[in-house]
Design a protein around this ligand. Structure first.
Ligand SMILES: Nc1ncnc2c1ncn2[C@@H]1O[C@H](COP(=O)(O)OP(=O)(O)O)[C@@H](O)[C@H]1O
Ligand SMILES: [Mg+2]
Length: 273
C-alpha cells in the first residue's frame, strides 16, 4: 500500500509542484493519474519510489517511510518507468539493458535468464534482443524501459505516460498486459492524458491540477464530469460525448457512460423495448 499524507514539494528553483497531496493506494488497485501539463503528476509518482522525498508530509510504502530507506531498497517493491525512456536506457543492447536491473538487485544467473526471456517475449521485444536501444523508435524504447522495470516483477508498477509513441495495437496490448499484471494482485499506477486508455483499463482516476488532487473516483464519475474535465484540460472520452448528445434528445438517457460496450448495450436495450 502507498500512503501519501499531506505532501508538499518545492524544486530548488522555487517551483512548488505539490501542495498538500493526500492519497491512499491499496494493494491490487489500478489507478490512472491525470491532469494538465505541469500539474505535478511526475513529481508525485517520483515520490512513490523515493526518488524524491517530501519537503513536508510523509510517503509510506507498505508502512515504510521513504525518507528512512533507500531507492535501492524500494526498487524491488516499486518499479517506476520514466516518461522519457532515454533517461533510463544506457546499455549497448536491449538484452543487457534488462539484465542490468536484475544483476543490480542480486538475482541469480538462472533467474536472470528466465526473467529476460519472459519479459522480452511478454513485451514483443525478442527480435530486438541484440539491438542497441538507441537504434529503436521512441515507442520501442519505451517498451524496453518498461521491460527493464517489469522484469523485477515489482508489487507496485508505476508508468509515466506509457502510451505516448505507441500505435493503437501496441496501446491495446499494453492495456491488456497492465490489466493482467494487476489481476495477479499487483498494483498498477499510470500517468496518462489518454482518457480512452484510462477508462478502459483502470478502475480509479485521480485528477491533479496545480499541485493538488481535484478529483478521485471511478472513470464513469470522474471522466464524465464537465467541471473536472474543464479544470484539468482533459477532453471527455468519445463515447461520453456521444452519450451526452443522445441525452439531449432522449429522455433519461444516461450521461455517465465511458465505455463503448456500455453505450452499445444501452442503445440496443432501448431499441428492443
Ligand atoms: N526539475 C525541475 N526543476 C524545477 N521545476 C520543475 C522540475 N520538474 C518539474 N518542475 C515544475 O514542477 C511543476 C510540476 O511538474 P511535473 O510534476 O513534471 O508535472 P506533470 O508531470 O503533471 O506535467 C511544473 O511547474 C514544472 O515546471
Ligand atoms: Mg509529467
Amino acid at each position: 500500500m502507498i500512503e501519501v499524507i499531506d505532501v508538499w514539494f518545492t524544486y530548488p528553483d522555487g517551483t512548488t509542484a505539490l501542495r498538500g497531496i493526500s492519497l491512499r493506494i491499496r494493494d491490487g488497485e489500478s489507478v490512472a493519474i491525470m491532469g494538465e501539463n505541469g500539474a505535478g503528476k511526475t513529481t508525485l509518482v517520483k515520490h512513490f519510489n523515493g526518488l524524491l522525498k517530501p519537503e513536508k508530509g510523509l510517503v509510506l510504502v507498505d508502512g515504510i517511510n521513504t525518507k528512512e530507506t533507500s531507492v535501492a531498497r524500494l526498487a524491488r517493491k516499486v518499479g517506476l518507468v520514466f516518461q522519457n525512456p532515454d533517461h533510463q536506457l544506457f546499455s549497448t543492447t536491449v538484452e543487457d539493458e534488462v539484465k542490468f536491473a536484475l544483476k543490480n538487485l542480486g538475482f541469480s544467473s538462472e533467474e536472470i535468464k528466465e526473467r529476460v526471456d519472459w519479459v522480452l517475449k511478454f513485451l514483443d521485444l525478442e527480435r530486438y534482443r541484440e539491438r542497441s536501444p538507441l537504434s529503436l523508435s521512441g515507442g520501442e524504447r519505451k517498451r524496453v524501459a518498461l521491460a527493464s522495470v517489469l522484469c523485477v516483477k515489482p508489487k507496485i508498477l508505476v508508468l509515466d505516460e506509457p502510451t505516448i509513441g505507441q500505435d493503437a495495437k501496441q496501446k491495446r496490448k499494453l492495456g491488456e498486459l497492465l490489466k493482467k499484471y494487476q489481476e495477479e494482485k499487483n498494483t498498477v499506477i499510470v500517468v496518462t492524458h489518454d482518457v480512452e486508455f484510462a477508462s478502459k483499463y483502470f478502475n480509479r482516476i485521480v485528477v491533479m491540477a496545480r499541485g493538488k488532487i481535484i478529483a478521485d473516483g471511478p472513470p464513469n464519475k470522474v471522466l464524465t464530469n464537465p467541471t473536472i474535465l474543464e479544470e484539468s484540460s482533459l477532453s471527455p472520452p468519445q463515447v461520453t460525448v456521444l452519450s451526452h448528445e443522445i441525452a439531449k434528445k432522449i429522455n433519461n438517457f444516461p450521461k455517465d457512460i465511458v465505455l463503448f460496450d456500455e453505450l452499445l448495450n444501452e442503445i440496443i436495450t432501448r431499441i428492443r423495448r
